[in-house]
Design a protein around this ligand. Structure first.
Ligand code: SER
Length: 319
């Protein structure tokens, strides 16, 4: 049977890049994009697009009836900082959205489902350096709690209902096609825009706050590889640790300044500092490497070079 893919939350930071990559591989008509945002002529030109709220189970069912997906990527969620502002809404979107999508996937015999988890599943009592795949997990944000609960349901749906869900714990993701919204790691994208606009950045985290990060191309590669891997290679049915690079704002700004002389950073911290301090600094991803052959292509230097190049080409900072 030919692949038919549906991406839920296709207008977000990951969805934008994932849709472009998958459409390149499978052809635009075999990859259906959907998001709560309305369709536009521009979106319809890129391929099939459906306006869809993941809390509306009947609407998901209708879209699945129409397209008969074989693979579903469910990316619609509320990130850490926004969910702290709207805890109940964050919980409902992240959990109820997941149940609706998983249940409708089961009803329609979808072959494979991807659901993203995050480094936010870890908490203050988790070992912060080289965080193991299995360890103490005591998240203290609504986002982290919803992701940890979601991971348990990934395993549960697989074990009890045979739904083949795959998942990875994204670190902070850095890409140029779309900006993140409402996350704690967002500074690592913003800093590049401000570097090109004014060669200066005021960071909302302290300069020595190290976090795990990843260039978007690596994240998309991991997302597709874990989703398309043979089912018997997927040994972790909750969610895989995944590592690309780790750095703090100071180290990132030094690399930007090396490639863009004169760049300066200062800090004006807010509530996101507390969230960042409860998360790991680096991640042990040996299970992903051993089970399905994960390895990243980008390091700090190549990521910075690529971000500056791509954003300049887009015209950021040129007016
Ligand atoms: N990047 C996300 C956030 O900061 C973590 O998964 O919320």
């Amino acid at each position: 049977m030919a692949e038919k893919i549906i991406i839920l939350g296709s207008e977000g930071q990951v969805g934008t890049d994932l849709a472009a990559t998958l459409r390149g591989v499978y052809g635009k008509n075999n990859v259906v994009c959907s998001d709560i945002k309305p369709g536009t002529e521009e979106k319809y030109d890129l391929g099939p697009y459906e306006e869809l709220n993941v809390l509306d189970r009947d609407a998901i069912d209708q879209v699945f009836k129409k397209y008969k997906p074989t693979t579903v990527y469910h990316l619609a969620a509320m990130l850490s900082a926004t969910a702290e502002k709207f805890p109940r809404k964050g919980w409902d979107l992240n959990m109820e959205g997941m149940f609706s999508v998983f249940d409708v996937c089961g009803d329609h015999g979808v072959k494979r489902v991807f659901w993203p988890s995050s480094i936010a599943v870890f908490g203050p009592n988790t070992p912060r350096l080289n965080t193991p795949q299995f360890c103490v997990m005591d998240p203290n944000t609504i986002y982290g709690i919803s992701k940890l609960a979601g991971e348990r349901f990934c395993e549960y749906y697989f074990e009890k209902y045979g739904l083949d869900v795959r998942s990875i714990r994204y670190p902070g993701l850095i890409g140029w096609k779309a900006k993140p919204g409402g996350g704690t790691t967002d500074y690592a994208v913003d800093i590049f825009h401000q570097a090109l606009i004014q060669n200066q950045y005021t960071c909302f985290l302290k300069e020595d706050t190290a976090l795990p990060m990843m260039y978007m191309d690596d994240a998309i590669k991991a997302t597709i590889n874990v989703t398309e891997a043979d089912s018997n290679l997927i040994k972790v049915r909750s969610s895989y640790n995944l590592s690309g690079m780790s750095f703090d704002p100071k180290t990132l700004s030094e690399e930007i300044a090396r490639q863009r002389p004169g760049f300066l950073i200062d800090c004006d911290i807010d509530g996101r500092q507390q969230i960042a301090e409860s998360w790991p600094q680096s991640i042990d991803d040996s299970s992903a490497r051993n089970d399905w052959g994960w390895s990243p292509d980008f390091n700090l230097e190549t990521m910075v070079a690529e971000m500056l190049k791509q954003l300049s080409t887009m015209g950021v900072g040129s007016n």
